[in-house]
Design a protein. Structure first.
Length: 107
């Protein structure tokens, strides 16, 4: 019986200690508050970065469109220059033909 009494005393002592435990550890509470603040700061930074990314993507799309437009204009200008050169060649050929004709008439 002595062991039952000792076990009962030990159980009562353990229950008393459990009742006196403080479940609100200030270090844990402080760490949770710090983590919450850090989480909020990271969320703000994430939003800012997402906004910057969106702006950069918009800028990239605008610049890509401008480059495409410039390339198209360059192609058109090249085509015009080629056509102009061909016309000049045609005129030169006609001039040569006319000079040949003039030479024939003079002789």
């Amino acid at each position: 019986m002595n062991s039952v009494t000792e076990k009962e005393k030990k159980l009562n002592l353990a229950l008393t200690r459990l009742k006196n435990l403080n479940f609100q550890n200030p270090d844990i509470k402080k760490n949770i508050e710090n983590l919450t603040l850090h989480k909020n700061q990271l969320e703000i930074e994430k939003q800012e970065l997402e906004e910057k990314y969106k702006n950069l993507l918009d800028d990239y799309n605008d610049l890509s469109k401008k480059i495409d437009d410039l390339q198209n204009q360059e192609k058109i200008e090249f085509k015009r220059q080629k056509e102009f050169s061909e016309k000049i060649d045609e005129l030169n050929q006609e001039t040569d033909n006319l000079l040949d004709e003039i030479d024939k008439w003079q002789t």
